[in-house]
Structures are given as structure tokens and as C-alpha cells.
Design a binder for this molecule. Structure first.
Ligand code: PLP
Length: 487
């Protein structure tokens, strides 16, 4: 199986090369030329490590020793032995993706990506240092820093929007240790940071500029296929959990509600479906930045609107990169169409897809959104009714799942993806559960209050942040990003 750009089939590369490059040279995203089909009932008898091995070997066939890489990625890094447990909570099953080292779902992929890049680098005999450039809306940055810290042959530079991440998220990043790491704030929002990174990748004489320094660029954002592939695994794992606890029978279809930003997480669910998992509807849940809700309902993708700051900052995004991969799949690989839609988005800020394509999209995806007030209300209700503490991103998915069931009347089993520990957003969560306790406390005091109130434990790595020194205090304008990286 080979990979090529979503915007042209001219050049094919193997999985190792696609992982090393991150983005295709024409600005498109790497996609596989066909999707492997898996045997569902075989997978249902395997451990999480077996499931991961089967899926990742199928998606990334040119990477050797996959089982060993998976062990190295996950053993002793997650606080749950099965990595991503599913819990029955009230009417839904909650797939908890936040038991990794930085308490966000991005750990699942970003523990694995450094292993994949190192393996690809060795297999290709790459002499250059790999420089990972990443823009973050809050969670990717820390998960990538933790994953790549002191990995030989790799350096990492993370850009985050100045003032655009939570206090805990900022503390996680600016306290990061490691010889090969750099963290910098950008004056602007996440889209400015992401656009800045994409522009560095697209600089005309980029290879020449960086080769002189013995460096080649790659990305830890979900534009990298090595980031996306590990996320397919937990959809199968959730299905297995439902099966083993008698909530479904083999072959039953299951709906998934996914709190969505860059469209990586939910796209992995669609890949799982195409690979044989009985997925019903994929619910695309957005916060007040509801570009995707409008798109899935009308077929018009329109980014011409202000980006709003919300209590679910990891979803504060107007340009969802991985949607390009979905459109590629739904249009049966029409690279010309994808290239023209993306050119229009870049030039005019919007595009409209055909009715035929929209019908295909709506057959697989349903979209809904909720604002901060509704999400915080949901946190409070889920706590009061089901005694479960969820973070604001998970609350958006929960709220949207309820809207879906109410409007559509589809009551097949629903899995809500829980993407962050509530302790990453203690202010929002505490103010929902116990409105009176929040006044005048910092986020670390709020963590303790939340723990005392709910009887849940603060993840040790988050509690420890308070006493760590701040190491990375640079703040720059978006226009200065290339210079910063070269220096
Ligand atoms: C990144 C993130 C999301 C959005 O995931 P995408 O793959 O970008 O759609 C949702 N919730 C949390 C907590 C995240 O960190």
C-alpha cells in the first residue's frame, strides 16, 4: 500500500516516507491508495496491543517491528492498563482517551508518533535531524513535547496562541524540559499559528534553506498520517468493550459522538468504519466555532467569521485540516476536485460542495454544536445525574449526542469520546459543578477543590506543574515564525 497527496496522484511514497514528510510537497495531505479491510471478529479477541498491532501494520505496512514500537510507545505511560477504557455513564458509554502522560486524547497518537518517525528515519537512512514543527490549540503541544523529549535525531518546536490556551495548558508547555525542545507563543489565534506553520512548510526554497542546516521538517499535527493511524485503534477498542460487557452483539452498529476541532479524531472513526467496524452515525460536535456544523448541514464551508474563544479551546478552529482527507475519500479520490476546493478556500475563504457529495457526507455524519453556557450546564447535569465529572470538550460531545437522539430519534448505542481530563480545565468544570467555590482562586487551588468535591484524583503530572520552573517565555508575531525556526 502506498500514499499520495489528496491533491494529486503524480508521486507515490511508502508509509515511512509519508510519516517523515508530514505534508505532501503540493500542500495536500498524504492518503493511502486503498483502505485495508480487517476481520472484525478476529480483532475482538485480541488485547489492546494486539488490536493496535493489527491496525497499525495494515495502515503503515512499510514500518518494521510494529509490535515492538507499540510496546515502547505505551508501556508504563498510561495510567489505565488497557490505555483507553470505556465506561457506562447514564444513557451513554464514555470512551476515556485521557489516561496518558499529559491527560488529553492526543497522547494516544503522540506517544506513538515519535516511535514511528524514529523507525522511518532509520529505515530510510536519514542523516539529517528531523525538526518537528507544530501549532497547537492547547493539547497537541504538550503531548508532542512529552512524546519527543530527548528522542535522538529529532528536535521539536511548538507554537501556541498567546493567551489562547488555559493556564494549565500553558504551564504544561512552558515548563517542558528536554535538550531538543522549544516552545514559543504567537500573537494571534490558533489559525494564525497553524497558518504560520503551513507557510513554513510551503516556503519556496524550504528544502534548500533547511538542508544547509542539516535539518528536514516534519509535523506532529494530525496532518501527519502517523498521527492519524493510531487513533483508529480506540474505535475498535470501544466496540470490543461494549461487546465484552454485553451492551451490544457482534455486528450491531454503534454511533460515536466526537468533540471536533481539526477533524482528526472523527476522521479516524470514519477510517475505522471503512476498515470494517460497524459504525452507525458519526456525530460531529462543535462548540460556538461551528463551521463544521454549517458545512455538514449545508455543504458550504465558510471560514469568513471571527474565531471565538471558548471554554473548550482545543476545538477553537476555523480551518479543519483533516476535512480534506474526508472529501478525498467521499469523492472516490477526485484529487482535482480537492485541489480546486482547497485553492478556493485559501483564496476566497469558502467553498461549496455538490449536492451529490453533500448527500454522501450526510449519510455518514450528523453535526451539531453547543455554546459554553450549554456545555457548562451539561457538565453540571452529568455530575448531578450520573456522578461523572467531564471536561468541557467531552461536554460538547455529550450535549450534541443528546441533540442527535432527540432530533433524529436514533437510539442505537452511543459512545461519547472523552478527550481530556476535567483537571486540565478546572476553572470551567468547578464553576459548573459548584458555582460558589471559584472566586479568587488559581487553577491549582481549583484542582484541589474539584478533587475534594468529587472524590476523584488529580493526575499526578498536573499536580506537579505548580512547582516546576518556567523555561520558555518567547512571544513573537506570526510573521516572525520562519525567522524564529531558522535561528
Ligand atoms: C484536539 C482536541 C480535540 C479535537 O480533536 P481533533 O482531532 O482536532 O478534531 C477535542 N478535544 C480535546 C481535548 C483536544 O485536545
Amino acid at each position: 500500500m502506498l500514499y499520495h497527496s489528496t491533491r494529486s496522484t503524480e508521486r507515490s511514497v511508502d508509509a515511512a516516507q509519508a510519516i517523515l514528510s508530514g505534508l505532501a510537497p503540493d500542500g495536500g495531505l498524504y492518503m493511502m491508495d486503498c483502505l485495508p479491510a480487517l476481520n472484525l471478529s478476529d480483532l475482538m479477541h485480541q488485547s489492546i496491543f494486539g488490536v493496535a498491532g493489527t491496525i497499525l501494520s495494515a495502515l503503515l505496512p512499510s514500518i518494521d517491528n510494529m509490535d515492538q514500537l507499540i510496546q515502547q510507545a505505551y508501556i508504563h505511560k498510561f495510567s489505565a492498563p488497557d490505555l483507553t477504557p470505556t465506561r457506562a455513564v447514564g444513557p451513554f458509554s464514555v470512551l476515556e482517551l485521557f489516561h496518558g502522560p499529559t491527560s488529553a486524547f492526543k497522547d494516544v497518537a503522540l506517544c506513538m508518533l515519535p516511535q514511528l518517525i524514529s523507525a522511518a528515519r532509520q529505515q530510510k537512512g536519514t542523516k539529517e535531524t528531523i525538526l518537528i514543527l507544530t501549532a497547537t490549540s492547547g493539547d497537541t503541544g504538550k503531548a508532542a513535547l512529552a512524546g519527543f523529549q530527548d528522542v535522538p535525531g529529532i528536535e521539536i518546536c511548538v507554537f501556541y496562541p498567546y493567551g489562547g490556551v488555559s493556564a494549565v495548558q500553558r504551564a504544561q508547555m512552558v515548563t517542558q524540559a528536554g535538550r531538543n525542545v522549544k516552545v514559543c507563543a504567537v500573537r494571534g489565534n490558533f489559525d494564525d499559528a497553524q497558518t504560520g506553520v503551513k507557510q513554513i512548510f510551503a516556503v519556496d526554497n524550504r528544502d534548500h534553506l533547511f538542508e544547509k542546516k542539516g535539518v528536514c521538517l516534519s509535523s506532529a499535527n494530525s496532518i501527519n498520517i502517523g498521527r492519524l493511524a493510531p487513533q483508529v485503534v480506540y474505535y475498535f477498542k470501544a466496540y470490543q468493550d461494549l461487546l465484552l460487557t454485553g451492551r451490544i452483539a457482534l455486528g450491531d452498529t454503534v454511533n460515536f459522538s466526537v468533540p471536533t476541532g481539526n477533524f482528526g479524531d472523527i476522521l479516524a472513526g470514519y477510517l475505522a468504519k471503512r476498515m470494517g467496524l460497524p459504525v452507525g452515525q458519526l456525530i460531529c460536535a462543535s462548540n460556538a466555532n461551528n463551521v463544521l456544523t454549517d458545512f455538514i448541514r449545508t455543504g458550504c464551508y465558510d471560514r469568513r467569521r471571527p474565531l471565538l474563544k471558548t471554554q473548550s479551546p482545543s476545538m477553537d478552529i476555523l480551518v479543519s485540516s483533516n476535512l480534506e482527507r474526508l472529501l478525498y475519500l467521499l469523492s472516490d479520490g477526485d484529487t482535482q476536485l480537492i485541489a480546486s476546493l482547497m485553492a478556493q478556500l485559501a483564496a476566497d475563504g469558502y467553498y461549496q460542495i455538490s449536492d451529490i457529495l453533500l448527500k454522501k457526507l450526510q449519510a455518514e455524519f450528523w453535526a451539531g454544536c453547543c455554546d459554553d453556557a450549554a456545555a457548562l450546564q451539561t457538565i453540571s447535569e452529568v455530575w448531578q445525574t450520573d456522578h461523572y465529572v467531564c471536561d468541557p470538550h467531552t461536554a460538547v460531545a455529550w450535549n450534541t449526542a443528546r441533540q442527535y437522539q432527540k432530533f433524529i430519534g436514533d437510539h442505537r448505542p452511543m459512545v461519547v469520546l472523552s478527550t481530556a481530563s476535567p483537571y486540565k480545565f478546572p476553572s470551567a468544570v468547578l464553576s459548573s459543578i459548584a458555582p460558589k467555590t471559584v472566586a479568587n482562586t488559581d487553577e491549582f487551588a481549583q484542582m484541589e477543590a474539584l478533587s475534594a468535591l468529587t472524590g476523584t484524583k488529580i493526575p499526578p503530572a498536573l499536580a506537579a506543574l505548580r512547582s516546576l520552573p518556567e523555561r520558555h517565555l518567547d512571544v513573537i508575531d506570526p510573521a516572525a515564525m520562519l525567522r524564529y525556526v531558522l535561528d
